[in-house]
Write a protein that binds this ligand. Structure first.
Ligand SMILES: Cc1cc2nc3c(=O)[nH]c(=O)nc-3n(C[C@H](O)[C@H](O)[C@H](O)COP(=O)(O)O)c2cc1C
Length: 208
């Protein structure tokens, strides 16, 4: 099957990209509105960009009416956000926070998600998650510039909260204990806790 992306509808392009570039980790992003309302929403267009400076990328799409999602609006206004990873135990709550609540409603309240304070940024983090990254906005860029469909948000990680239970005696994070969920195509999700995980060492002589 050959798919020519030239002239492909946005819906079809999304379908082929989102259902094949998988599994994508889910950033459960907490932010504060300029008025101080705590917002929480999941984003799977999410990645590590570099470690120097430690930087994460989250890409909220625009709403169908062309407006920015609350997460992007809040980050642009306050310059701060938190990326929480989603444990399998909280997958239903995560899903509920993707509902389009109005800006005056905090998803923490609506989806009954417990929060904890951060140390270096004002937005709260999610309680009961294996990892939360406190981030300061590095850049927010509409993409593409002429007809944007999303905002590429880069955030510098200024601190992390890591559940010690996920760290093994060798100092490495155990993917089974992390048990983070990831997004796949349609309604499918994956877990880092999986019987099909395997280890693979680098080739001998591999240089960093
Ligand atoms: C697992 C999952 C992943 C999602 N990933 C994205 C994403 O990468 N980009 C996006 O724009 N919306 C994504 N969504 C939808 C948003 O979470 C949803 O539009 C949400 O209402 C945005 O909230 P906000 O307006 O408070 O920022 C995702 C939803 C789910 C359940």
């Amino acid at each position: 099957m050959y798919v020519d992306f030239n002239g492909l509808s946005a819906r079809k392009a999304y379908h082929w990209l989102a259902s094949t570039v998988t599994p994508r980790p889910v950033a459960w992003v907490s932010s504060l509105s300029a008025g101080g309302i705590a917002n929480l929403a999941p984003f799977s267009f999410f990645q590590v960009v570099t470690h120097t400076p430690p930087t994460l990328m989250v890409c909220p799409l625009l709403n169908s009416d062309g407006s920015m999602k609350d997460t992007a609006t809040n980050i642009a206004a306050t310059g701060e956000f938190v990326v929480n990873l989603v444990p399998f135990a909280l997958v239903s709550a995560m899903n509920q926070t993707s509902f389009g609540y109005d800006r005056a409603t905090s998803e923490f309240d609506a989806a009954q998600v417990a929060s904890l304070p951060c140390q270096k940024v004002k937005p709260p983090r999610v309680a009961g998650v294996p990892v939360s990254f406190e981030c300061r906005l590095a850049s927010i860029t509409p993409y593409p510039a002429d007809t944007p469909s999303c905002h590429v948000i880069l955030g510098e990680v200024v601190a992390a909260h890591i559940d010690e239970a996920i760290v093994g005696p060798n100092g490495q994070v155990d993917p089974h204990q992390l048990d983070a969920v990831s997004r796949m195509g349609a309604d499918w999700y994956g877990r880092t806790r999986s019987d099909t995980n395997f280890e693979l060492t680098r080739p001998v002589g591999w240089a960093r």
